[in-house]
Design a protein around this ligand. Structure first.
Ligand SMILES: Cc1ncc(COP(=O)(O)O)c(C=O)c1O
Length: 405
C-alpha cells in the first residue's frame, strides 16, 4: 500500500485556492485538507507522541519518515502553524507551547555569545526578563532602546547587532513603532528583525510585508482567542526557521496536539473577533476620554499626530486593547477593579471576554518602578482587553466601577 495514502498527512498543504482571498476565508479554509482526513471538515487531533515508521529508519532515505516524534512535528501542530503562516504571509511557521516558548526559541536559535540584541524598552515583561536574565548570562549583549532614541535606529545598531526585537503596538502602552524603518536599518547591518505581533494580530498588521524577518505570537492571546490554552507561534523564512527549529527541539517548547487543535479552531474566528474587538475598543476610547475621572487614555495612534500617521500607514485596524489611568491613581484603580462586575480582573488579553489588569502587578511586575517610569507607564495604569460583550454593557460596568455619574 502507498503509505502516503494510508497516513492522512496534512504536511503538504495544497496551494491556496484562487478564491481564498481574504483573511476570513484563509482562516477557515487555508490549512484544511478534508480529502486527507476521511472527508472530515474539522482536521482530527493526532494525539500521539510518536509515529510508526514504514520500515527500518535506515531504509527511509534522506527524507526520513513523514513524521518522527511530536516534539519535532505533528500533523495537528502543522494545521495550526499553516494557518498562522498564511495569515501572516510568511514562508514557514511552527507552533510552540507558549509565546515565551516561541520567543526563547527564536532568540536562542538566532543569537550566540558575543553578539548583540537590540530590543525596545517597552516589550512584554516576560521578554524583558528573558533578555536581561538568561540571554545576558549566556554572554549575549542586550541594548535597550528608549522612546527618545526611536527616530534614529542607525545610531543604535552596531556591528555586533544580530537581532532587533520590537513589539508594535506595545503591551501595555500601545505605542506604535516604525517596523519598516527598523527592519531597513537592521537589514543594512545584516541583522534580523523580529516583531512580536501578538497585540496587533495578522488581522491588523503584517510585519513581513513591512520588512520584518520573523513574526512571533503569544497564541494564548488573540490567535487562540478563548482564554483556554497556552500557545506560541513563529513565522520566518525557511532557512531562518531551520536554525530556530534546531534549537527548539532541544528546548522542548512543543505545543501539545490538543492545544494545537484548540489553537487552529480558535483562529477560524480570528478576523471576525478582532474586527469586532477593534470597533468596540475604539468606541470605548471615545467614551472614556469624556469621563471626568479618567486622566488619560492610551490607544494606538493617540500619542501624537506622527504616531497617528504611522499607525495609519502600517496598520489596518488598531487594537482591541486600550489602557487608561484615573485621576485618583493607583488607589482609584484598585477601587475600580474591586467594583467591576462584568469585566474580569485578570492578566492576559485577546480573549472573547473582557479582561482588565494592572500591569504593574501582573505582566510588568518584574520591572522596577524606575524602569516602568522610564518606559512611560504611570502607576495605576489599567489595561483593558475588550471582549465580545456589547460595548454599552462594558461602558456601563466601567462607569459604575469608576464611580462616574
Ligand atoms: C506581547 C506578548 N508577547 C509574548 C507574551 C508571552 O506569551 P505566553 O504567556 O503565551 O508565554 C505575552 C504574554 O502576555 C505578551 O503579552
Amino acid at each position: 500500500m502507498d503509505r502516503s495514502e494510508a497516513v492522512p498527512s496534512p504536511r503538504h498543504f495544497r496551494p491556496l485556492p484562487p478564491w481564498a482571498q481574504g483573511p476570513a476565508t484563509i482562516a477557515l479554509h487555508g490549512a484544511q485538507r478534508p480529502e486527507r482526513n476521511a472527508g472530515a471538515v474539522v482536521p482530527p487531533i493526532y494525539q500521539t507522541s510518536t509515529f510508526r515508521f514504514p520500515g527500518p529508519y535506515s531504509e527511509l532515505g534522506i527524507e526520513g519518515p513523514p513524521y518522527l516524534y511530536t516534539r519535532h512535528d505533528n500533523p495537528t501542530q502543522e494545521v495550526a502553524a499553516e494557518t498562522v503562516r498564511l495569515l501572516e504571509g510568511g514562508e514557514s511557521a511552527r507552533v510552540y507551547g507558549s509565546g515565551m516558548g516561541a520567543i526563547s526559541a527564536a532568540l536562542l536559535g538566532l543569537l550566540s555569545p558575543g553578539e548583540e540584541l537590540v530590543a525596545m524598552e517597552n516589550l512584554y515583561g516576560g521578554t524583558v526578563g528573558l533578555c536581561s536574565g538568561l540571554l545576558r548570562r549566556l554572554g549575549i549583549a542586550v541594548r535597550w532602546v528608549s522612546p527618545h532614541e526611536e527616530a534614529e535606529p542607525e545610531l543604535v545598531l552596531s556591528d555586533r547587532t544580530r537581532v532587533v526585537f520590537l513589539e508594535s503596538p506595545s503591551n501595555p502602552l500601545l505605542q506604535v513603532h516604525d517596523i519598516a524603518q527598523w527592519a531597513a536599518a537592521a537589514d543594512a547591518r545584516g541583522a534580523l528583525t523580529i516583531v512580536d505581533n501578538t497585540l496587533a494580530t495578522p488581522v491588523n498588521q503584517h510585519p513581513i510585508e513591512l520588512g520584518a524577518d520573523v513574526v512571533v505570537h503569544s497564541g494564548t492571546k488573540y490567535l487562540g482567542g478563548h482564554s483556554d490554552l497556552m500557545a506560541g507561534a513563529l513565522v520566518a523564512p525557511r532557512s531562518i526557521m531551520d536554525r530556530i527549529h534546531a534549537t527548539d527541539i532541544g528546548l522542548g517548547s512543543v505545543l501539545d496536539p490538543f492545544a494545537a487543535f484548540l489553537l487552529a479552531r480558535g483562529m477560524k474566528t480570528l478576523p471576525l473577533r478582532v474586527e469586532r474587538q477593534n470597533r468596540s475598543a475604539a468606541w470605548l476610547v471615545e467614551q472614556l476620554v469624556a469621563i471626568p475621572e479618567v486622566e488619560r487614555v492610551w490607544y494606538p495612534g493617540r500619542a501624537s499626530p506622527e504616531e497617528e500617521a504611522l499607525a495609519a500607514r502600517q496598520m489596518g485596524g488598531r487594537s482591541g486593547v486600550l489602557a487608561f489611568v484615573l485621576r485618583g491613581g493607583l488607589a482609584a484603580a484598585r477601587r475600580t477593579l474591586a467594583r467591576l462586575e462584568c469585566v474580569h480582573v485578570a492578566s492576559s488579553f485577546g480573549g472573547v471576554e473582557s479582561l482588565v489588569s494592572l500591569p504593574e502587578e501582573t505582566s510588568h511586575v518584574g520591572l522596577s518602578e524606575a524602569e516602568r517610569r522610564e518606559c512611560g507607564m504611570p502607576s495605576g495604569m489599567l489595561r483593558l482587553s475588550v471582549g465580545l460583550e456589547e460595548p454599552e454593557v462594558l461602558l456601563s460596568d466601567l462607569r459604575q466601577a469608576i464611580g462616574s455619574g
